[in-house]
Design a binder for this molecule. Structure first.
Ligand SMILES: *Cc1c(COP(=O)(O)O)cnc(C)c1O
Length: 388
């Protein structure tokens, strides 16, 4: 590697993971969820790689994220589902962004925005998660109004969706059943939503009855398990061959030989047990390396595994490597593919008391995203992928 820190992104892994999950779910469609800059992996590159692997649509939280995909030249259907209270949906409609609608007010705003073009919406039904979505007591009103606006040619209700709590299979089944009641009510009101979707990665893998017309895959695209808080033997994602797409690495910025008893980093939370070598790693909490993992986060240097020594600072942390021959410029891997001998994002998550989603998503803008060699979507050359 060149540069002192990087997140290496293996887009071929994203393509592979998309194909793997589409085959497993067996659904007609797969919505690749690329919100939050594709969980820190780079939204436009990941979107192209997922489309190459069989994703038929893209999903994001904010309309601005959807417009950024359009600005990058991506033309696939994009759905955005979390909106500013004052959102007018004018830009969304103008840029052909599909709108997840969670209230009658939003439905009317979308219809107002669709003066000259017809808007495409997916109605989001609240089925028990307690976040956004149309409340069941409002379903009949919203469906009736949506059918009227469809008749007027203002909008088209292409989809109905909801989101699961992943509390237990039984809790999720209750939500799927409520959703089916909502689908029936929508159809009774004259709507013909072609794309019904409720499963994210977890249910796409582990709850077949939730797969419906489409699955919305986020974490699985990135080769990480939605069940990583379970013991590995109980992880339904463990056997399906997903490949982690992000490798976070740096080069040792300094080494120092110190005597026993030397305090390390702020607060001297670590002291060397004997004469030892300290290696300085130029990644810190400003880069998304969680300070909560001080004294606990794993790293690999030269094939050997170590643990962060003492506090993680804003820009850097120290590894006490003992008598291992570590030199300035050596590669340090924080997490990547366990099959390559790297620690996993899940190990950092447990060291920090969080989930793997947060570990990759919070990797900050100071860390360059560098594409893995030979890993452009659909096996194109790098140059062709740049144009895409
Ligand atoms: C983030 C999100 C997803 C993706 O979830 P994963 O667990 O990462 O697959 C799907 N649907 C909605 C509504 C989301 O907010």
């Amino acid at each position: 590697m060149t540069g002192m820190r990087e997140a290496r992104i293996d887009l071929a892994a994203v393509t592979h993971n998309t194909r793997t999950l589409r085959d497993l779910a067996g659904t007609r469609e797969l919505i690749a969820v690329v919100k939050a800059d594709a969980y820190g992996h780079g939204a436009a590159d990941v979107a192209r790689a997922a489309l190459a692997g069989g994703a038929t649509r893209l999903g994001v939280a904010d309309i601005r994220e959807a417009i950024a995909l359009r600005d990058a030249g991506i033309e696939a259907p994009v759905l955005a589902w979390l909106h500013d209270p004052d959102e007018t949906f004018v830009d969304a409609v103008a840029r052909d962004v599909q709108v997840g609608v969670s209230s009658l007010a939003q439905l009317h705003a979308v219809a107002r925005a669709a003066e000259s073009t017809r808007a495409v919406v997916h109605l989001k039904l609240e089925t028990g998660l307690g976040r956004n979505g149309i409340a069941s007591q409002d379903w009949a009103d919203v469906f009736r109004e949506a059918a009227r606006l469809e008749d007027e040619g203002r909008l088209h209700v292409e989809g109905l969706f909801s989101h699961l709590s992943n509390t237990s299979d039984d809790d999720d089944r209750v939500q799927v059943r409520r959703f089916e009641v909502g689908v029936a009510a929508a159809e009774a009101a004259g709507l013909r939503p072609a794309v019904r979707h409720i499963a994210a990665t977890a249910a796409a893998i582990a709850l077949p009855e939730a797969r419906l017309d489409a699955v919305r895959i986020g974490i699985g695209l990135y080769g990480l398990s939605p069940f990583a808080d379970r013991p590995a033997a109980d992880d339904p994602a463990a056997g399906i061959g997903l490949r982690p797409a992000m490798t976070l690495r740096a080069r040792v910025a300094a080494v120092r030989r110190v005597p026993g008893g030397q305090g390390v980093s702020y607060g001297y939370a670590h002291r060397t047990a004997a004469e030892s070598t300290l290696a300085l790693v130029p990644l810190g909490y400003a880069d998304g390396v969680p300070r909560q993992a001080s004294g606990a986060g794993p790293v690999v240097i030269g094939g050997a595994r170590f643990t962060v020594a003492g506090r993680i600072a804003m820009d850097q942390f120290v590894v006490d490597v003992g008598d291992h021959p570590v030199a300035v410029g050596d590669e340090v891997v924080l997490f990547g593919d366990p099959a390559a001998g790297h620690p996993s994002a899940a190990e950092w998550a447990s060291a920090a008391g969080t989930i793997n989603y947060e570990i990759v998503t919070r990797i900050g803008p100071r860390v360059p995203r560098v594409r893995a060699e030979g890993a452009s979507p659909a096996g194109e050359t790098g140059a062709a992928a740049e144009r895409g």
